[in-house]
Design a protein around this ligand. Structure first.
Ligand code: NAP
Length: 513
């Protein structure tokens, strides 16, 4: 029976001290250089990729290599040449490796938490949730693989033995984002590996150290050197080649809409020598809404909106970026929200007193600030800026009220701590406004009206709908995760359908008697 990994309670003094020790240990490793690894070979390149601490960008977290196109090509060829061997290892062996990986990660949890604090700017609790989710993915997919490696029930024709078994696909290119630099990277990678595929992992350029640490852990858990390569480097420099390579069988991608669409388009084009149609598993952006009904518990709704909008600085694909509120309670909601947001503390992520840390990079800071300027013209800014000048990439929690559905900040993914609040004349209009989006990832409704809850179940078009709770924080096993429309290919990470995306079924009928 699957159970989610419990979160460490940092209000317990011993846990807090252990986390402080982990932060100090990780700090002592700042600036270390990591190799790029293709199958069993380690490489250094003249051109380096430097990751920094977004709370203080003068600090270098890790120095990494930048893969060249020739290296990318060689990684795919190596993965292809090992596939026939790896695909024939028993599922039981692969499952055992994955369970060992979960166990090692559990035993080094706070160290990984600390890497997330420093390289991704995650506040402690957010880092802990990310690492816990990575453990969950390992345990859950191990269990799932047990289920799928058993013979699948079929109708037995008279005089035949009929069976169906699942086979891996081949070489998978895994491309994760920086915002869940461990959980999403680990989830996609281990799903591909435990099902018997070989992997070329191209991590985000913002968080390569976390990727390098997880890659070391997988080797320690027993995954063979040749089962996966770690190709750090720029997505724009090697991404197309990885996707287009004729030996690439599938691409598991999580990231922005535009990159996902490009991958989908390039993967669809048949290449000389390619003997399959590539599969694309793409999880993309969101513009998630919380609808607040006239009859709802307003304090709970304000709390749910605030944590969904500003947890991890709004940098979650599931983050609430639109609150759509019934006009009968609109002014009251805004007043309470304004007070709640004014109490949010922003500062370096390693200080647990800060609820919000920095955004990931200077370019993210710039792009979010531009949206805030646009938003000031599209609505009414009701929050304050930061009171002092800081080194890091900080952006205050920002609420813009009276935003119309035609506004840019209502339609476009900002991926930062910016919330648009809009007024609806009734519940029906609120749901229509929520659905007025090219995305369809998460959404929530706060309502005490059973008929409105029923309507939301039926009409709110999102992959993950939450009722009377926040729209972030999907749990593996309980909330299979993935969205509709341009939020992706409708896959569901952490759910019972997910591993099937990395497998193909073979039907075998044998004449007997
Ligand atoms: P991104 O800019 O699309 O990058 C994602 C990954 O794609 C990175 O590893 C990036 O590498 C790589 N990449 C860039 N150009 C590429 C190309 N031409 N070919 C192949 N790969 C390429 O997204 P992000 O900023 O990391 O992540 C934020 C986005 O992810 C948001 O839109 C968010 O909503 C979405 N997201 C969705 C989900 C979900 O489950 N639906 C979950 C988390 C995040 P480089 O870093 O080297 O450029």
């Amino acid at each position: 029976m699957f159970q989610n990994e419990p979160y460490t309670d940092f209000s317990v003094p011993t846990n807090r001290q252990a986390m402080e020790a982990a932060l100090a240990k990780v700090r002592s490793e700042f600036g270390r250089e990591y190799d790029l690894r293709i199958a069993g070979e380690r490489f250094k390149t003249p051109d380096k990729l430097k990751s920094v601490n977004p709370s203080n960008p003068s600090e270098t977290v890790g120095i990494h290599q930048k893969a060249t196109p020739a290296m990318a090509s060689s990684a795919i060829e190596s993965a292809h040449s090992f596939f026939s061997e790896w695909s024939r290892t028993s599922a039981g062996e692969r499952i055992a490796m994955l369970r060992r990986a979960a166990q090692i990660l559990r035993s080094r949890k706070m160290e990984f938490d600390a890497w997330l604090v420093y390289e991704a700017g995650k506040p402690w609790a957010e880092a802990e949730a990310d690492v816990s989710e990575a453990i969950d993915f390992c345990e859950y997919y191990a269990l799932e693989m047990e289920r799928l490696s058993d013979p699948q029930p079929l109708t037995q024709l008279p005089g035949e033995r009929d069976e169906m078994r699942y086979l891996p696909l081949g070489v998978g290119v895994v491309i994760p984002p920086w915002n869940f630099p461990l959980a999403i990277l680990a989830g996609m990678t281990v799903a591909a590996l435990v099902t018997g595929n070989t992997v070329v992992l191209k991590p985000s350029s913002e968080t390569p150290t976390i990727a390098a640490k997880f890659a070391e852990l997988l080797l320690e858990a027993g995954f063979p050197e040749r089962s996966f390569s770690l190709l750090t480097g720029s997505g724009s420099a090697i991404g197309d080649l990885l996707v287009q390579h004729p030996r690439t069988r599938f691409i598991a991608f999580t990231g922005s809409r535009d990159v996902g669409l490009r991958i989908n388009e390039l993967a669809a084009k048949h290449q000389p020598g390619q003997i399959w149609i590539k599969r694309v598993i793409a999880e993309m952006g969101g513009k998630d809404a919380i609808v607040v009904d006239a009859d709802s518990d307003l304090d709970k709704a304000v709390e749910g909106v605030a944590v969904s909008a500003f947890g991890y600085q709004g940098q979650k694909c599931s983050a609430c970026s639109r609150a759509i509120v019934d006009e009968k309670i609109y002014d009251q909601f805004l007043e309470k929200l304004q007070a709640r947001v004014a109490g949010i503390r922003v500062g370096p992520a390693d200080d647990p007193a800060n609820y919000m840390g920095p955004v990931i990079s200077e370019s993210a800071q710039r792009s979010i600030s531009t949206y805030i300027e646009v938003g000031k013209g599209e609505g009414r800014l009701i929050t304050k800026g930061l009171s002092d000048n800081r080194n890091g990439y900080f952006i205050p929690p920002t609420v813009i009220a009276d935003v119309k559905p035609s506004a840019k900040i209502f339609q476009e993914e900002i991926f930062g701590p910016v919330l648009a609040v809009s007024k609806a004349k009734d519940f029906e209009q609120a749901i229509s406004m929520a659905n007025d989006s090219q995305y369809g990832l998460t959404g929530a409704v706060y309502s005490n009206n059973p008929e409105h809850i029923r309507q939301a179940r039926e009409r709110f078009f999102v992959g993950n709908l939450y009722l009377n709770r926040k729209c972030t924080g999907a749990m593996v096993g309980a909330h299979p995760f993935g969205g509709f429309n341009l939020s992706g290919t409708d896959s569901k990470a952490g759910g019972p359908d997910y591993l099937l995306l990395f497998l193909q079924a073979k039907s075998i009928a044998e004449k007997v008697g």
